[in-house]
Design a protein around this ligand. Structure first.
Ligand SMILES: *Cc1c(COP(=O)(O)O)cnc(C)c1O
Length: 358
């Protein structure tokens, strides 16, 4: 497959925004996108072209049956160099998501190459301020026009990119979390392991419930017993019990986060005791109350590390330690964010410098 590149005309170039606190997250997109179609069992016509709207029939299957998946990754810039963080992992996970939703796989090497070309083409759109990055959103949707519950025969794959600031506009501060014991995000055997679009629609009501209690994110319990901690918002979760860093083991309903995997590998390399195991909500709550749990934090590409200040569970508030950002959260945040811009010795081989230019 040949990648065709059509650049936007000078007159149609958008104005690149100032990369400051007003930038926000996920609202601005660059001048170009990558796109290809899947027809008759193969991917065709891969191209980078000016960012544009997509016209689809109202009967396109994605609009009815939700056969759609996505990924989220970032490109970073420092001193004119461009970096990606474990990008193969995102593409591997996207193919896994595709398998779960009976959508076609793609050639990871080809798509990674296309993403690198897109990132290079948009290098002016990449902020080089720490905490800022170019967010990359690969997406795949079912486009066959048919009302009928079965896998689509046509798909669209595209990648859009845009500059983003820190995920939380208020900065690296603890967030309050509502423990949802009514609604669940996913169940074992379901699609929680996949970055499937419908999962996020399904999470909104609990999020709204949490907001009523002054919480910006939801802590999800397992869908069967509502007894075990699974995730927090669209992030994986860690709890630091003195001496033991605990994260729920991948059970089938938890999204296998790349930041989660990176935090496990990094803290193990630091010589810490790290456990992937069942984490009962009662154990967490008791640990917080007794002072044994000194830190709780969410991890994901968007926020990197997101410290938790307190949990709201069954109408009670549980403040974690002094409610401030803990030392381990801070250390991990600093370490990973400097690693991502090539400022740390990359002992685990996580960082990929993009070494071609247009
Ligand atoms: C994307 C996502 C994560 C975090 O994954 P990363 O690869 O670390 O960005 C965690 N949980 C859910 C539900 C997600 O959608």
């Amino acid at each position: 497959m040949d990648l065709k590149i059509t650049k936007v005309s000078k007159e149609k170039k958008k104005v690149i925004p100032v990369f400051d606190a007003n930038l926000g997250f996920g609202r601005i997109f660059s001048d170009h996108m990558f796109i290809m179609e899947h027809v008759d069992g193969e991917w065709i016509n891969p191209r980078i072209e000016p960012y544009h709207d997509i016209a689809l029939s109202p009967s396109a299957m994605v609009f009815h049956y939700g056969q759609g998946i996505f990924e989220g990754m970032k490109a970073y810039k420092r001193d004119g160099e461009l970096y990606l963080f474990r990008p193969q992992k995102n593409l591997e996970r996207m193919n896994n998501s595709a398998n779960r939703l009976v959508m076609p796989n793609f050639d990871k090497e080809f798509v990674l190459d296309a993403i690198k070309k897109l990132v290079c083409l948009e290098s002016e759109w990449i902020p080089d301020t720490k905490g800022y990055a170019l967010y990359i959103r690969p997406t795949m949707i079912a486009t066959e026009t048919c009302l009928g519950v079965r896998p689509s025969n046509r798909y669209l794959f595209y990648v859009i990119v845009g500059p983003v600031g820190p995920y939380y506009s208020k900065g690296f501060n603890p967030v309050d979390i509502f423990v949802s014991d009514q609604y669940v995000r996913a169940v074992r055997g379901g699609v929680g392991e996949a970055k499937a679009m419908g999962n996020y629609a399904a999470s909104l009501l609990a999020q709204k419930e949490g907001q009523k209690h002054g919480c910006s994110q939801v802590l999800w319990l397992d869908g069967v017993e509502r007894k075990y901690v699974e995730e927090v918002g669209a992030m994986n979760i860690f709890a630091y019990f003195k001496e033991e860093l605990v994260t729920p083991m991948l059970s089938g309903s938890i999204l296998p986060g790349i930041t989660r995997d990176s935090v496990i590998k990094i803290t193990k390399e630091w010589g810490m005791k790290v456990s992937e195991r069942l984490l009962p909500i009662d154990e967490l709550i008791n640990g917080i109350s007794s002072g044994k749990v000194t830190e709780v934090f969410g991890v994901g590409t968007a926020a990197v590390i997101s410290p938790v200040g307190k949990l709201v569970y069954k109408g009670e508030n549980y403040q974690i330690a002094d409610g401030k950002t803990g030392q381990l959260s801070k250390k991990l945040f600093d370490y990973i964010t400097s690693l991502q811009i090539g400022l740390q010795k990359d002992t685990l081989g996580f960082v990929e410098k993009i070494d071609f230019r247009f």
